[in-house]
Design a protein around this ligand. Structure first.
Ligand code: GLN
Length: 453
């Protein structure tokens, strides 16, 4: 714990942490030592972790990267972080993220952008770590925590993991409790770890997961010993390569990486076959309707009365307007407007309802593939390696949304997905491959992920 705390300050230019709690960390580490001495060590005893800023940690400022939450200090602990502390883990601090987890670069945070510890060969240009869990990914990659908790609504664990050479898993919807995690899009949000290896991710997820009566969407299923599946044989597994993911303009580098991943799985005894997921191309537009609709509803609670910052007005309406105008950043405001629009009378059927139907079709595509004997799907995690800070945060938000083309499908279907580092680009940047599994079959993803990492 001391070594990690000492390493955080010199890495300050990364802006990975929005807050650290050294005293609390040392107290927790001392309690860990005491448990170890008594022979009562938990599975993560003494392991120092960073936590994305959208998890409520009791008594610690929690803002989800937004000004509107101001100095909100939750008097409660999220279930997932509570599970981590019960397993013996030590809390180092809160990690930067896109505001309300809306973004793919961690540039929309009220605390300013996080910087990727990686650079292109021979270049000093600062790159994004991906997002929205960019602080988590950068901190793990820079060795300023041993592992981190992130959240993934449309790729926010897997894309930053791919950009930083780390491992990230979004478990099946319902595997982890969402209680105490600041909501973005409730039917898509999931907690998950970012770690330095598949094995570490397995250990972390096991501790994070489990049924929680406080989240009615959390699954009442036993959590397997994921670590025991790391290194398990993948012989005979059938891996699908979805032809629709070979999108127009896919870079030759990403296509080659994908082929390399398929070869590695084949060499390990898996059978690799081409499959079709015909509704793939509708996933991204449908995601940006469903997610934004839910966001507009979830963010209605930030009214300047119950939480965080308040800008006074002559009456209550003016107070709401001024508070929300001052508290939310541009991207969040854009999304609230789009979300409100697609839910409004007259447009609901044309947009929201249509997107929900598309969502069902996307889910069925995967169900059909699994019914035909496919065990997991292999795809790229991202369309490119990490890009420069400022490069995609300009006037056209769609530039950024296109980052999610390979990741949103499985959130729409509720399925688990892992991103594992699979090689370096010609410019020397990490690239990730993604494996998508059957519902509640995360253990298979750990076994397959170990073949590629
Ligand atoms: N980039 C996607 C979005 O902005 C995903 C974000 C996330 O997974 N939280 O919605």
């Amino acid at each position: 714990t001391r070594a990690y705390l000492d390493a955080i300050e010199p890495a300050g230019d990364l802006n990975a942490y929005v807050l650290t709690t050294p005293e609390k960390a040392l107290e927790m580490a001392a309690a860990s030592d005491a448990r170890i001495a008594k022979g009562e060590a938990g599975p993560l005893e003494g392991v120092p972790l960073g936590i994305k800023d959208n998890y409520a940690v009791e008594g610690v400022r929690t803002t989800a990267g937004s000004k509107i939450l101001g100095n909100f200090i939750p008097p409660y602990e999220s279930t997932v972080t509570g599970n981590l502390w019960r397993a013996g883990a030590v809390f180092l601090g809160k990690l930067n993220q896109d505001e309300f987890a809306m973004g793919s670069s961690t540039e929309s945070s009220a605390f300013g952008p996080t910087v990727n510890p990686w650079r292109r060969n021979g270049s000093s240009q600062p790159l994004v770590p991906g997002g929205s869990s960019g602080g988590s990914a950068a901190a793990v990659a820079a060795h300023i925590c041993a592992g981190a908790a992130g959240t993934d609504t449309g790729g926010s664990i897997r894309q930053p993991a791919a950009f930083t050479g780390t491992v990230g898993i979004k478990p099946t919807y319902g595997r982890c409790s969402r209680w105490g995690i600041i909501a973005y899009a409730s039917s898509l949000d999931q907690a998950g770890p970012i770690a330095r290896s598949v094995n570490d991710a397995a250990l972390l997820l096991r501790a994070m997961a489990g049924h929680d009566p406080k989240d009615s969407t959390s699954a009442n299923l036993p959590v397997p010993d994921y670590e025991a599946h790391c290194g398990a044989s993948v012989r005979g597994k059938r891996i699908g390569i979805p032809k629709e993911y070979r999108v127009d303009g896919m870079s030759p580098e990403i296509a080659a990486l994908w082929d390399k991943g398929a070869d590695m799985l084949r060499d390990a005894g898996a059978e690799v076959v081409e499959i079709s997921l015909p509704h793939t191309k509708y996933a991204l537009p449908a995601y940006y309707i469903v997610a934004l609709a839910e966001a507009s509803s979830n963010l209605a609670r930030y009214d300047g009365v119950r939480y965080g910052e308040r800008v006074p007005g002559r009456d209550i309406v003016e107070l709401y307007e001024k508070t929300r105008a001052a508290g939310f950043g541009d991207e969040v405001r854009r999304r609230i407007m789009i979300g409100t629009y697609v839910l409004s009378a007259g447009y609901y059927d044309a947009y929201y309802l249509k997107a929900q139907k598309v969502r069902t079709l996307i889910k069925r595509d995967f169900e059909n593939a699994f019914a035909e004997g496919i065990d997991a799907v292999l795809a790229p995690a991202t369309p490119s390696s990490a890009f420069g800070i400022g490069e995609k945060s300009g006037a056209d938000p769609v530039e950024m949304y296109l980052q999610d083309v390979f990741t949103v499908t499985l959130n729409m279907a509720g399925l688990p997905g892992i991103s594992v580092p699979a090689g370096l680009s010609a410019e020397g940047l990490p690239l990730g491959l993604q494996l998508i599994g059957k519902p509640f079959a995360e253990q298979e993803l750990f076994a397959l992920g170990q073949v590629i990492e």
